[in-house]
Design a protein around this ligand. Structure first.
Ligand SMILES: C[S@@+](CC[C@H](N)C(=O)[O-])C[C@H]1O[C@@H](n2cnc3c(N)ncnc32)[C@H](O)[C@@H]1O
Length: 466
């Protein structure tokens, strides 16, 4: 190792920053976050530094650097654009054994600043030893996405209960096993879901439990997988995918997303294709209950958002009735995903002030919708499951007053490399769908916003439509 990674306590201790430009401002802000008493020496201060100093524990000395400024400091940072001053600060600090950092000049530093992921009290520092700050920042961005923002709260909770757990489990091995089960189990999940009271109660319950079978209670995560592009799932969805024991998934969940599930999790396919439901909704509801009662962490993975035409509400109603803990993770719904990837803003100041999501699902051969409310000017309508009702949609919207030349888009397999976008008018919608043999999953977007596609189309899928 070229450097020794350490975390330095600077709370209420004097630290010096020489220079007061934008870079210095970032260093001052960091020192203040760590509770340091900061002195800034610089003939003039930029606006950022001035705004930081208001009300904070900062002394501003408006003049050039003098050797005496260093004495008594526990840490020094030089961030001026004057090489000679930076060098002088570095040499003086080193002579006095005070850790010194000179911004963008590793040769003059006795310590370097890492990129930080701050979930205080949990902190992760990334360093490339000064070789590539950009690489360190990229690594940091990756880590940020894997470390839930609530880790800090989790660490504080653990700290609070540490002594109690020590008394309850005298052996270090037992304690480690206990904490592993807590930190990867329901207590952590409750905390991440913002249910701190329940997390505390569950933790206390686990401490009081004399059976020593830690955290075997099953639960269900109802998770939205988005419309297809695996990059569109949420951090929380990804984390839960990697800790579930069983995954019950729908047809709309794409293979690249399933590939991100924990390798040894059991995968259960639940359907559903139109008229070919692999499992009935009731069987799915019962399956989730049964698996959770067996003590499993069950991930119910659905395309798009579980609460938008996803019957997610029904599934968790059954769980609630059975007293099974669950949480819901939203996903990007097909309308948002497909519209974005087709370059069609669903609302736009000049074209549409409202947007309606409806299902075009056929019931007994007809579509039961309030056509009058749908056929309004300056409104975008997105039809889910509308493939088989295309003739009805076109006919009814025109009959209820929408101009036959209203632009319409069909977006098939939106957000995936197979995405296709077909655009024409309301009147020609049925022949458009027929000509291209459009297949599910497809959404239909109706409204003048569709005309923006020609200008805003940006996504290059494998096969372009039109
Ligand atoms: C049962 S609904 C589920 C909707 C899902 N819960 C959501 O929020 O997107 C299925 C319909 O969503 C639409 N859909 C879902 N994913 C799609 C995609 N990638 N491209 C186009 N349409 C999609 C289709 O209209 C499909 O018939």
């Amino acid at each position: 190792m070229d450097y020794l990674p350490i975390f330095l306590k600077v709370r209420e201790r004097p630290c010096l920053v020489v220079g007061a430009g934008k870079v210095a401002a970032r260093k001052v802000a960091l020192l203040l976050r760590a509770g340091a008493r900061v002195t800034i020496v610089s003939p003039e201060c930029c606006a950022e530094v001035q705004s930081l100093t208001a009300g904070a524990d900062v002394t501003c000395v408006e003049r050039g650097f003098q050797p005496g400024d260093i004495s008594g400091m526990v840490l020094v940072i030089a961030a001026t654009d004057d090489e000679a001053v930076n060098r002088q600060v570095s040499e003086l600090a080193k002579q006095q054994g005070i850790p010194v950092n000179v911004v963008d000049n590793p040769g003059l530093c006795s310590f370097i600043m890492p990129s930080i992921i701050d979930r205080s009290p949990v902190q992760v520092a990334v360093s490339t030893g000064g070789a590539s700050p950009v690489l360190a920042r990229l690594l940091r961005a990756r880590l940020e996405s894997f470390i839930p923002s609530a880790y800090g709260r989790l660490a504080r909770l653990v700290d609070e209960y540490r002594q109690r757990v020590k008394r309850r489990f005298p052996s270090a091995g037992q304690r480690r096993y206990f904490w592993e089960s807590i930190l990867q189990g329901r207590v952590a999940e409750l905390l991440f879901a913002g249910q701190e009271d329940k997390a505390r109660a569950a933790l206390q319950e686990a401490i009081d439990d004399t059976s020593d079978n830690f955290d075997t209670g099953g639960e269900v995560y109802l998770v939205g997988a988005g419309p297809g592009d695996p990059d569109l799932i949420t951090f929380r969805a990804l984390r839960l995918m990697q800790q579930a024991d069983v995954v019950v998934y729908d047809r709309l969940v794409s293979q690249p997303i399933l590939d991100m599930v924990r390798r040894d999790a059991d995968l259960i396919y639940a359907g559903k294709e139109r008229d070919r439901h692999t499992l009935s909704q009731e069987s799915i509801n019962e399956l989730l209950v049964r698996l959770a009662k067996e003590g499993k962490r069950v991930l119910r993975l659905k395309g798009g958002d579980p609460f938008i035409f996803g019957r997610g509400g029904e599934e968790i109603e059954t769980l609630a009735q059975e007293g099974i803990p669950f949480q819901v993770v939203p996903g990007i719904t097909a309308a948002s995903g497909c519209a974005s990837y087709a370059g069609i803003p669903l609302t736009h100041r000049d074209y549409a002030q409202s947007c309606i999501f409806v299902t075009g699902h056929l019931k007994d051969g007809s579509v039961d919708l309030d056509w009058e409310r749908l056929a309004k000017p300056a409104q975008t309508i997105v039809f889910y499951m509308g493939m088989y009702s295309i003739p009805v949609i076109s006919e009814e919207l025109i009959a209820h007053g929408l101009p036959p030349d209203t632009p319409v888009a069909l977006v098939q397999q939106g957000t995936t490399p197979q995405q296709r976008v077909y655009i024409e008018t309301l009147a020609s919608l049925p022949s458009l769908a027929q000509r291209h043999a459009v297949k599910p999953p497809t959404i239909i977007i109706v409204g003048s916003v569709v005309s923006l596609h020609s200008k805003l189309d940006w996504f290059r899928s494998g096969q372009q439509g039109q």
